[in-house]
Design a protein. Structure first.
Length: 142
């Protein structure tokens, strides 16, 4: 399946997510780990589109969406920071999203830059990331 660029942009506007996760960590100085991921979810009937996205971006994995029995969702995920920075972010910088997801992307990109500078390894930087995360993915509309 060959995906046209504008189709990908529209599809991600509807089905994609730029996710920031903060997990407790015993091994890190600040006590928390920041994980970034680009995710697209689909019912298993549409798994072919996830494989096409993976082929287009040449990175990421396809996994079951949940470990619950009977769940049929699948996700295309990119978590590798290097691939996020060199593949995913440049794609959406060049081909801008059309919905409010564009704002989430910009926040995601900013957090990625903060992490590249090591700001996530300080209490102040971690708190700033928490605040930004709290405004992403429709939370700012509640």
């Amino acid at each position: 399946m060959n995906l046209e660029t504008q189709w990908v942009v529209g599809f991600i506007d509807g089905e994609g997510c730029f996710h920031v996760q903060i997990n407790k960590s015993e091994t890190l100085k600040v006590g928390y780990q920041v994980l970034l991921e680009f995710v697209v979810s689909q019912h298993c009937r549409s798994i072919n589109v996830l494989h096409a996205l993976k082929a287009r971006f040449k990175t990421g994995v396809i996994r079951k969406e949940s470990s619950k029995p009977g769940e049929t969702g699948r996700q295309y995920r990119v978590r590798n920071t290097k691939d996020l920075r060199s593949i995913i972010v440049p794609f959406f910088e060049q081909h801008e999203l059309k919905t409010t997801k564009r704002i989430d992307f910009r926040k995601f990109r900013y957090i990625l830059i903060m992490m590249e500078r090591g700001e996530h390894l300080t209490s102040e930087g971690l708190e700033k990331i928490r605040k930004i995360k709290g405004t992403m993915n429709l939370k700012n509309l509640r």
